[in-house]
Design a protein around this ligand. Structure first.
Ligand code: GDP
Ligand code: IMO
Ligand code: MG
Length: 422
């Protein structure tokens, strides 16, 4: 039994794409289990850059089979764009990508509702990709699934029923123009002909692969603190990026999971609104943003930057069951004289033992920090732990001790080759 899960341990954008790509070389199957085109996973190798939103980051290794599982919500427009982008860059997708017939579809009204809701009070700062409304319909049991594309009558009926309701909401609540049933049906029928070769029962595919001893990598999007159940609700995404989501989002049993790796950025970032205890709203935050090129891979928005947050990470490790860590973007800290790490939370001078569940408590937190000396140099060309400056080695070892989890990989640039095992 060999399924390894790779999860983001913070608020997303930890460098999961880079790590999944690297580890895909040893994998037979790489499977995405949740989220949608809200994700932006960047992979750089041979001087070429790929940004993937829906297709697993294993696609760049020619011998890897890739799966988009039932837990993912699929935007046809984004999917087709991504397939064409990859094919145009010489990456063959046909015959290697398999999409679950049980995955839900993002419909045009999901994106409209996402955008419209964001204009109102309590904006989450979503990516605008229709994610929340699509998962809402899934939970409401009115969602349209890939399998519905196979039967025109079912598809027509489901779109008609949805538009009956959605058009009324769009018009009366958001003042939007109603959407046309027939053109939407045509659009999704056309989509069906394009994706037909990719659709399969991925639950069977994956379980057969597992039973025959193949190595499966389950790729999480977003991060633990954006998890619908375990993140900083309501400033979260609408799915379960934490490791438990891999089982429901792929249809594989918990007993098949052999390891869970957390990807941790050497500092913290967050895109969109919501609590961020170690946020730096100063020149140091700006420096991290520019040095780390902290701009969203999906929306181009500036990422908020801050120090590494040990209490949040310890919580993430607990919820995910993380047994090893890939630490990314260590190089970015090379511009700092000193580096701070939040080692504890306090409220009214008293230590906070567990990660707070509510916004009111999170807003009252003050962080206690430990300060580490910077190394003030580039890490270019460093390919072993021993070659790191002593201060950088000390930083990695100190984080490992604070988290009580082994840091087994360290990444020092966006490129595939600049990652080493410890
Ligand atoms: P993901 O969503 O977790 O896959 O991460 P993103 O791709 O959205 O954001 C991570 C960014 O950091 C991308 O631009 C990567 O190319 C880049 N990156 C990944 N690892 C490193 C690293 O070790 N050093 C530097 N400087 N950049 C990195
Ligand atoms: P990857 O996979 C960082 C954030 C949004 C917003 C919240 C809800 O690249 O790490 P949504 O569109 O999902 O309803 O937005 O979640 N968010 C991400 N932040 N990385 C991501 O994905 C994200 N996907 C969603 O900014 O705060
Ligand atoms: Mg990203």
């Amino acid at each position: 039994m060999s399924v390894s899960i790779i999860v983001g341990a913070q608020w997303g954008d930890e460098g999961k794409g880079k790590i999944v790509d690297l580890l895909s070389e040893q994998a037979d199957v790489v499977a995405r289990y949740q989220g949608g085109a809200n994700a932006g996973h960047t992979i750089v190798f041979d001087g070429r850059k790929f940004v993937l939103h829906l297709i697993p980051s294993g696609i760049l290794h020619p011998n890897t089979t890739c799966v988009i599982g039932n837990g993912v919500v699929i935007d046809p427009v984004a999917l087709m764009e991504e397939i064409h982008m990859l094919e145009s860059m010489g990456i063959s997708v046909a015959g290697r990508l398999h999409i679950s017939h049980k995955a839900h579809l993002i419909m045009p009204y999901h994106k409209m509702m996402d955008a419209a809701r964001e204009k109102g009070a309590g904006s989450i700062g979503t990516t605008g990709r229709g994610i929340g409304p699509a998962y809402y319909d899934k939970a409401l049991r009115t969602g349209i699934r890939i399998v519905d594309l196979l039967d025109r009558d079912t598809l027509r009926e489901k779109i008609r029923l949805n538009l009956d309701e959605k058009n009324r909401i769009l018009q009366s609540l958001y003042g939007a123009e109603p959407l046309d049933v027939e053109s939407m049906i045509d659009e999704y029928v056309a989509f069906d002909t394009q994706i037909d070769p990719y659709i399969t029962d991925t639950t069977v595919l994956l379980n057969t692969a597992i039973a025959s001893g193949k190595h499966v990598l389950a790729e999480g999007a977003q991060g633990a603190l954006l998890d619908l159940d375990h993140g900083t609700y309501p400033f979260v995404t609408s799915s379960n990026p934490t490791s438990g989501g891999a089982c429901t989002g792929l249809g594989i049993p918990p007993t098949s999971i052999s390891s869970i790796m957390g990807v941790v950025k050497a500092y913290s970032t967050r895109v969109g609104n919501g609590p961020f205890p170690t946020e730096l709203n100063d020149a140091t935050g700006e420096l991290l943003r520019t040095e780390g090129h902290e701009f969203g891979a999906t929306t181009g928005r500036s990422r908020r930057c801050g120090w590494l947050d040990i209490p949040a990470l310890r919580y993430s490790i607990m919820v995910n069951g993380i047994s090893e860590i890939a630490l990314t973007k260590l190089d970015v800290l090379g511009v700092l004289d000193e580096i701070r790490v939040c080692t504890g939370y306090e409220i009214d001078g008293r230590p906070v033992r567990s990660f707070p569940a509510d916004l009111a408590t999170l807003s009252r937190i003050t962080c206690t920090y430990e300060t580490f000396p910077g190394w003030k140099c580039s890490l270019e060309g460093v390919r072993t732990f021993a070659e790191l400056p002593p201060q950088a080695q000390h930083y990695v070892e100190a984080i490992e001790q604070l988290l009580e989890v082994r840091i087994s990989w360290v990444s020092t640039s966006p490129a595939r080759e600049d990652t080493f095992r410890r």
